[in-house]
Design a protein around this ligand. Structure first.
Ligand code: ATP
Ligand code: MG
Length: 432
């Protein structure tokens, strides 16, 4: 055990510091030992901010969590089945407490069997050496770093290394996690780990992962700061084709990701526009080169069904159709712009922008959000009733036509002009 006090008590937001100060005496009183573990320890050593406190307890985590919550007067959410509890502090900061546990894997890629254990066992079930360190919070050795697998050395060397040779076979999602940390920190995945990952791919172990687990890991990667680098690493390790064999990480995908990133930043900068979700935008960017059949298969592989699956297909198609129209020479009629965009999610709109000439696309989108979509007739269904019209589908048709005519400035705004338009349309319709 290295004598190595970390500055964990001095740093970070006040609510987290308070929680860290309150924990040790409470644990002492309950006769438990508590440790700070995982990503937060790694980030402390790297000097990076991390506002998720993960605490491992040798003892009943739930009991300690309740005591901590009442001492801090905050809410606690318990998950008795997993022996974990989480506290939400002022400012939305979270503290997760878990009873130390040991895991065994009944078969490759199967969910583990879990039992209470020691800190050493809890660190031994983790993914990488850099994530398998702990800081003692109370009792003898408080403040010291526990680093049984050489995590600190690997941090210095810039290495992502699994704890043992069965790691990726036990849990193939770790291959995606390896890419996440390697790209985030600019580290190497060790040659031995790369070999293990390729073997797991070769043995078809990724096919045993549920769509939901695969999708969750992919989304975590796509939320990273450099999503394309993640995708490229996935491709090099043979992991991209576990999602769909036609997926590529070539220069056109690189270009599209760069454009999608700019679209995302532009949307977030412009106050009037909604903020697209990065993971779902990049997911569509990754999949949008696929044929409709391939897109369907990839969506299914990611666990999408029913409406979620048709939603993905609709979004990708809609974005492509909109991008095509936005890219054409000449000007787009506002009503056509409206029809192209009204049913697209913010992510699909951002993808459409990424697929279009940038300046022109931004101008159209700005037009849509700041002007076109707010244009609505002042004439209503009641007015149509007043004209003696039988309520029915015709109402919708007339009001839509009117709205579009207003958008395209073919009709002046105001009841008089609008009613004149309606009468004229009616005359035409009855003649036809
Ligand atoms: P981030 O900064 O992205 O949150 P993190 O290291 O905190 O990184 P989490 O996914 O939040 O990662 O997981 C917390 C900890 O739980 C990890 O540091 C790791 O020790 C452990 N862990 C998470 N997923 C796995 C897994 N699939 N196999 C083994 N250990 C895992
Ligand atoms: Mg975390």
């Amino acid at each position: 055990m290295a004598k190595n006090p970390l500055p964990f008590r001095q740093k970070g937001p006040l609510p987290l510091r308070e929680a860290l100060r309150a924990l040790p005496p409470l644990a002492e009183r309950l006769g438990m030992r508590v440790y700070l573990v995982g990503g937060v320890v790694r980030d402390l050593l790297l000097g990076l901010p991390n506002f998720d406190l993960d605490i491992v307890v040798e003892g009943d985590a739930m009991r300690l969590a309740r005591a901590l919550a009442s001492s801090l007067s905050c809410g606690v959410l318990a998950h008795p089945r997993f022996g974990t509890a989480s506290l939400t502090l002022e400012g939305g900061y979270k503290v997760d407490l878990a009873t130390a546990r040991t895991e065994s894997y009944p078969g490759p890629a199967a969910l583990p069997r879990v039992a209470p254990g020691t800190l050493a066992q809890d660190l031994g079930r983790r993914d990488f050496t850099i994530n398998a360190m702990a800081v003692v919070l109370n009792g003898p050795g408080a403040g010291e770093l526990i680093d049984p697998f050489g995590g600190r050395r690997d941090l210095r060397a810039g290495r992502v290394r699994a704890l043992h040779s069965r790691s990726y076979r036990d849990d193939p999602t770790r291959a995606f996690r390896a890419v996440r940390f390697a790209v985030r920190f600019g580290y190497k995945i060790t040659p031995a780990d790369r070999e293990m990952i390729r073997k797991a791919v070769g043995r078809g172990l990724f096919g045993r992962l549920s769509g939901a687990r695969l999708a969750a890991e992919l989304d975590l990667l796509l939320k990273e700061e450099k999503p394309f680098l993640c995708v490229r690493r996935l491709a090099r390790l043979g992991l991209l084709r576990t999602i769909h064999p036609s997926l590529r990480a070539g220069s056109s995908v690189e270009e599209l990701f760069a454009r999608a990133g700019r679209a995302l930043r532009w949307f977030s900068r412009e106050g009037r526009l909604p903020t697209p979700d990065a993971a779902s935008l990049y997911r569509m960017a990754l999949l949008c080169g696929l044929s409709p059949e391939e897109l369907e298969a990839a969506g299914e592989r990611l666990g999408l069904m029913g409406r979620a699956l048709s939603g993905l297909k609709g979004s990708v198609q809609g974005a492509r159709r909109a991008a095509e129209a936005l890219s054409r020479r000449g000007t787009l009629r506002p009503s056509r712009l409206y029809r192209l965009l009204e049913n697209l999610s913010p992510e699909a709109q951002a993808l459409a922008l990424a697929l279009s000439p940038e300046r022109k696309g931004r101008r159209y989108l700005m037009d849509y959000w700041s002007k076109v979509r707010d244009i609505a007739p002042s004439v209503t269904g009641d007015d149509l009733l007043g004209l003696g019209l039988e309520p029915g589908p015709l109402y919708r048709k007339l009001l839509t036509e009117l709205r579009e005519a207003l958008m395209d400035e073919e009709v002046k705004r105001g009841r008089r002009e609008e009613l004149r338009f309606i009468r004229m349309r009616l005359k035409k319709l009855t003649k036809a």
